[in-house]
Design a protein around this ligand. Structure first.
Ligand SMILES: *Cc1c(COP(=O)(O)O)cnc(C)c1O
Length: 376
């Protein structure tokens, strides 16, 4: 049985990430640029390692949320284009320009700021414009006339991309996606009618790719979750899924102790679990401080020696207790799988998310920084 190198760690399969990226490219075809999203430390898969890998696999663009994330990639020597999608603070524009990060403009005032920097630096600065077509988050809601005047007032910059973000791409009960795409297309037509034709048009993240919303693909797509091997469940009556991806991350913890408890023994905080019979329990070196959702008390399972083992009682800060009754030869120092696969037996982030009443994104992004990353 595998021995644990530390209390709690994740193993990230570079091959899986490369395969998932290739699968997305295959689905959208060669005419559509694929810009993987590596924000939030690549959904805890390690932004620098993942970006290096994807650039090596031919990604020409990567997307991050903020300037700090972009700077981390530049510091690591990542040379591909990097789009900063989720807004810049006043003091960050200079840094973005200095580090060759391409900003997404969310409101037209920002364009005037970028024009001033372009004049000062003597560089023609590229930018993407995000329009709010119904998500009601970032992005301009200005009418096309105002957008065109702002563009004309910033001649030392270049509109390279027009983007929007979809609110309900995995929801096939509602027509919000169609409405957003109509709004996006009509804005594009007006801009194009005035000679303004950005090279990249992009609206699709993983769900719109996976569920074949081809009308959303345009000339660029922005997959995040699917690069890491997941696709959100759909609502309503989705068409057949086009994209097959597999999880790249396995989450493990050390067995710290194994012991027998009598019938009636209480387990963990609040005595949330009581042994209905004599049991063998194992205590694992992971808890909510590692990102294991506290909501999963009494309602999840891990993998011990290739078999599912139920979580017993509350999730503690640094410890989990599981049922090891079926594993007579389990030893302290062995490794348990919190998320991943051993042979035919699997636990994935979607299962944990369901149990915790959340989404797979938060399970992955919630894995704490203290959990070491090992690349395999
Ligand atoms: C996070 C994000 C994405 C990626 O979304 P996934 O659902 O993870 O594929 C794409 N675009 C924007 C604007 C985002 O914020």
């Amino acid at each position: 049985m595998e021995q644990a190198p530390c209390r709690c760690w994740v193993e990230i399969s570079k091959r899986r990430i490369a395969e998932n990226f290739a699968a997305v490219r295959e689905v959208v075809g060669p005419a559509v640029e694929v810009m993987p999203v590596v924000k939030a430390d690549a959904y805890h898969h390690g932004a620098v390692e993942v970006s290096r890998l994807l650039a090596g696999q031919g990604a020409r663009w990567l997307a991050v949320s903020n300037v700090e994330e972009g700077v981390e990639l530049r510091d690591a020597g990542i040379g591909v284009r990097i789009l900063v999608m989720a807004g810049l603070l006043g003091g960050e524009w200079e840094t973005a320009v200095a580090r060759d990060l391409t900003p997404v403009i969310q409101s037209l005032d920002e364009l005037a700021l970028l024009e001033r920097i372009a004049l000062r630096t003597g560089r023609r600065l590229a930018w993407h414009l995000k329009i709010d077509t119904g998500l009601g988050r970032l992005g301009t809601r200005a009418p096309s006339g105002e957008i065109l005047s702002a563009i004309h007032a910033a001649p030392h910059t270049g509109l390279e991309g027009l983007m929007t973000h979809l609110a309900s791409a995995s929801d096939f009960k509602e027509s919000q996606t169609q409405q957003q795409l109509i709004a996006f297309e009509s804005m594009f037509m007006i801009l194009a009618g005035h000679g303004c034709t950005p090279r990249y048009l992009h609206t699709a993240s993983s769900s719109a790719i996976a569920y074949g919303r081809r009308g959303a693909w345009k000339t660029m797509v922005r997959p995040g979750l699917s690069i890491y091997g997941y696709v959100s469940p759909a609502e309503g009556d989705p068409p057949e899924r086009l994209l097959a991806v597999r999880p790249a991350l396995t989450w493990k913890a050390a067995v710290l102790d194994v012991k027998d408890v009598p019938q009636g023994a209480a387990i963990g905080y609040g005595a949330l679990f009581r042994a209905p019979r004599p049991m063998r329990i194992a205590v694992l070196g992971a808890g909510y401080a590692d990102g294991y959702p506290h909501q999963l008390g009494n309602r999840s399972r891990v993998i011990l020696k290739g078999r599912h083992a139920a979580l017993l009682g509350a999730v503690s800060m640094d410890l989990l207790t599981v049922d090891a009754t079926g594993c007579p030869d389990l030893q302290p120092g062995n490794a348990a799988t919190l998320l991943g696969r051993e042979g035919e037996v699997a636990v994935d982030a979607a299962e944990l998310a369901l149990g915790a009443g959340t989404i797979a994104y938060t399970v992955l992004c919630g894995i704490a920084a203290r959990v070491k990353k090992v690349y395999v």
